[in-house]
Design a binder for this molecule. Sequence first.
Ligand code: ZN
Length: 220
Amino acid sequence: MKINLSSKEYDCQRVFCIGRNYVEHIEELGNDRPESPVIFSKPATSLVTAGSTIRFPRCGETPHFETELVVLIGKKGVPENFEDAATFVSGLAVGYDLTLRETQNHLLGKALPWEICKGFDDSAPIGKFVPFSGSAADLAKIEFSGSINGKLRQSGDTAKMIFPIPELLLAISKYWELLPGDLIYTGTPPGVGALSAGDTLSATDHAGNTFEWVLENPGK
Ligand code: ZN
């Protein structure tokens, strides 16, 4: 997917995601606090731009919502340290990491990969990116929120992350050299829940921009 940010166009080929990055969310799902960032990925084809309809999963399972802050990587390379990692961030947006929770619990129970419960078609709704050129400290005070059918369900603040954004970039780049256009879904704050067919999802970023998507109602 092409991402436009202040007259520059990025070609997004990879979507990384972080699981279990907020203490209160770990507690609500009854998971253990991770020793290092939990990294997984979605295909870039799972992205859905704001204003679109999210296709209902053809497997028939209703997805759950997770509102997240999403980082856009602006340059190629491997960050040297915490402060240097912040210089790789060129934009921030809000998005949803849609999850087939029932399938996920089943896979987790059998220690199988998460691919189908996290990376299905349209599992990554994404808002528009706001340019970022600040420091690591600036990345630790970003607020965002998510609402379903107009009702506020999740409020996020990067200050409450277990692993701050620069640390996530350092962890990912141990395995993948960062590339311009890479996206990183940085984990969800508490308040996750099930959607229903036809629901309207909205997310508001730190600049006050709100984006909307509708989950298809296949019964209609
Ligand atoms: Zn998530």
